[in-house]
Design a protein around this ligand. Structure first.
Ligand code: MG
Length: 693
């Protein structure tokens, strides 16, 4: 894993990946602007990857634990000090000043020129290119001070944004953890632990209780319940018996399994979902901030006009070439909108800082602006709208029993199981102050339930299927059982002395703030939808509770992508909110992907453009408002900065302007727009109240 300095945008990601993949000895290469890292699987000698990256214009170094992040501020600081020295020296002699200005420009401007050139080679003249041209122009007409201060201002602006991004990256890195990539396989009469890539289909792998599966396969022996949430997004464990299919990424419950591997590591369901993420990311238009979009048009236009001014009059009207070249250069320098250049990062950084203070990490200004354009928000269900953790919702007692008795019996048995549903029962018993003694002589039936002895009596707790097999069903409780199943809840049956005596209903409950968060989004004029891999019954019940009209169920990861694309075509920019690997392709496909904090998977966090630190859904509407406010402020600043430019140009044409007037006006405008941008640091906390200007 390499830390790549200045890796900030999708174009650079593509460039780096392309450069690395073409190297012989590189198996795979993935770069990410979100983490500023390139992950390379290679057989090259040390230093070769760094050299290849250096030839593409990127400074990189291999990541070491506890290593310091690369320092970028040195060049900016040096340029700033040199410029100050230049200003001081200017009082003595303007020649002496150049001795300081020139190194300031070289030190501070190298990175700007490199970026400008990189984008120009990809056919886009951006702000970096305009800055480079303007600085070269200013140097050509001897305005060294102007050139140096432009470099310092611009690199300071970029440093600011890079710093705030780095903070987000560190916070996102802190939310992630890594899963082991080793498998225990049976080979030649023994067992050995090998890398997942080295296992071929047909081999037998052994999965201990609590272990994560590294490969897809079919259960050969044993029974257990598997948490398949990384694949399906559903946190309720699924019972598995011999013959059932199991997937890499799922977590084994309480039973020991031997599994016949069916696919190589590169072809597992999990790997295919990850590939889909890459496809979706590649096919999405890179998110572009307002100023980038503006610079795409403005920069070529300015360069073209300057070329025309410098060439047409001498060619057509016999004007003096030197004089018109000078005018063209003045035009270039004047049209460099410093106010704009400094104001946008200040606005964006203020907004990003305000967002991260409120628990929303945004991986770049462009994504924040995109948040402001969102017209529809689609939610995953499990782990996103719901807690993703089962909770007891009903306790039903047969005639002659109390619900506290039922809860005590269930908890006595479930205290012996490590199943999430069992944990939910025990949590509820403890919360209700129901006293229970963990059972003795416990027999676990993985995927079905658990039996044992409580106060001398035999007790059985488990699924409908377990009770059917044991012939313990009591038709008196059938209506209740049917109701629970219709509501999409899991029924835990409790039997003692050979009779069914009660039922505990368990379900994944809605987050308490979900209703208010959805209402908030709708009030802001947004469409709200639900995309879930769960069954239609549960989807309907959640959707009607939240008043969501567009609810779709039984979606595979690629169906979620299709739903997001369709919504985008229908209502405009779409945000997708999710937590699982199965949501990752949709997160990548949406205009803005938002990952939940808390128990979100690494892949969701890595793929998303925005990550919530906590699990508060209300933050989404806040972030949208902040994005809208940022767009308004940037637009106002652009208008102001260009207005000042236009005024100076008109004055110049009328013969009243000078370069110094232009620079002075730009300085004043800069201060104004910086102040305007910094207002976003303090967004009002009351709803719907971001400042209009
Ligand atoms: Mg989920």
């Amino acid at each position: 894993v390499f830390e790549v300095e200045g890796l900030d945008c999708a174009a650079e990601v593509a460039l780096i990946e392309d450069r690395l993949r073409r190297l012989p000895g590189v198996c795979s290469a993935r770069a990410s602007a979100a983490t500023g890292q390139a992950t390379v699987v290679h057989t090259l000698e040390p230093g070769a990857v760094e050299r290849a990256l250096a030839s593409a214009g990127f400074r990189a170094r291999e990541r070491r634990r506890g290593g310091e992040p690369p320092v970028r501020s040195t060049a900016t600081l040096a340029a700033f000090l040199l410029t100050l020295a230049g200003v001081a020296a200017g009082f003595a002699s303007s020649r002496l000043a150049v001795v300081f200005y020139l190194p300031a420009i070289l030190v501070g401007g190298a990175a700007i020129a490199r970026k400008g050139l990189l984008r120009a080679r990809q056919g886009a003249l951006d702000m970096n290119a305009l800055m480079t041209v303007a600085v070269l122009g200013a140097m050509a007409i001897g305005e060294w001070g102007e050139a140096a201060s432009t470099v310092v201002l611009f690199s300071l602006a970029q440093l600011l944004e890079a710093r705030s991004l780095e903070r987000s990256r560190r916070a996102i890195g802190g939310l992630m953890s890594l899963a082991p990539e080793q498998v225990l396989v049976r080979r030649g009469g023994g067992e050995e632990r090998v890398a997942a890539e080295a296992v071929s289909p047909g081999e037998l792998m052994i999965v201990a209780p609590g272990e994560r599966l590294s490969l897809d396969g079919r259960v050969e022996t044993g029974a257990s319940d598997l948490d398949q949430s990384p694949i399906t997004g559903e946190s309720q464990p699924v019972a598995k018996d011999p013959g059932d299919e199991v997937f890499a990424g799922s977590i084994n419950g309480s039973g020991l399994l031997t599994v016949r591997v069916t696919r190589p590591a590169s072809e597992t369901t999990l790997a295919r979902i990850l590939r889909r993420v890459e496809e979706a990311q590649a096919s999405r238009a890179p998110s572009q901030g307002f100023v980038d979009a503006f610079a795409r048009i403005y920069t070529p236009a300015v360069v073209l006009v300057a070329l025309l001014v410098g060439s047409l009059p001498p060619l057509l009207a016999g004007g003096d070439l030197g004089q018109w070249t000078y005018r063209a250069l003045v035009l270039l320098v004047i049209s460099c909108p410093c106010a704009l250049v400094i104001s946008t990062p200040v606005t964006i950084v203020s907004a990003l800082t305000a967002a991260s203070r409120r628990g929303v990490l945004v991986k770049g200004g462009a994504h924040l602006e995109a948040m402001g354009r969102i017209r529809a928000v689609y939610f995953d269900k499990t782990g996103t709208l719901t807690r993703g953790q089962p909770e007891v919702t009903d306790v039903i007692a047969a005639p002659g029993r109390t619900s506290r008795e039922i809860l005590a019996l269930a908890a006595a048995l479930e205290a012996r199981s490590a199943h999430p549903i069992g944990e939910a029962v025990v949590r509820r018993a403890v919360a209700d102050g129901v006293a229970f003694q963990p059972a003795d002589e416990v027999v676990l039936r993985p995927g079905l339930g658990v039996g044992g002895r409580v106060d001398g009596g035999r007790v059985l707790v488990g699924s409908h299927r377990l009770f059917d097999e044991a012939g313990l069903c009591d038709h008196g409780l059938d209506p209740e059982l049917e109701r629970l199943e219709a509501e999409g809840k899991t029924a835990v049956l409790v039997g003692t002395d050979g009779r069914l005596v009660g039922i505990v209903g368990v379900a994944d409950a809605l987050r308490p703030e979900a209703r208010a968060a959805v209402d908030d989004l709708r009030r802001d004029g947004m469409k709200v939808g639900l995309l879930t891999g769960d069954n239609p019954r549960t989807a309907r019940s959640i959707a009607s509770e939240l008043g969501i009209e567009d609810a779709r169920a039984e979606l595979l990861p690629e169906d979620k992508v299709a739903a997001v694309r369709e919504a985008e075509a229908r209502s405009g920019p779409v945000a997708m909110v999710g937590d699982g690997i199965n949501d990752a392709p949709a997160l990548a496909a949406a205009t803005v992907g938002i990952a939940m904090g808390g128990r979100s998977t690494d892949v969701a966090l890595e793929t998303a453009d925005v990550a919530l630190i906590g699990v508060d859904l209300g933050r989404i509407a806040e972030a949208v408002r902040l994005g809208r406010a940022a767009r308004r402020v940037v637009a106002a600043n652009v208008t102001l900065a260009l207005g000042v430019k236009a005024l100076v140009l008109v004055l110049a044409l009328l013969g009243h302007g000078s370069l110094w007037a232009a620079v002075g006006a730009d300085m004043g405008a800069s201060l104004l727009v910086i102040g305007n941008g910094m207002r976003l640091l303090r967004p009002p906390t009351i709803d719907n109240g971001l400042p209009e200007h």
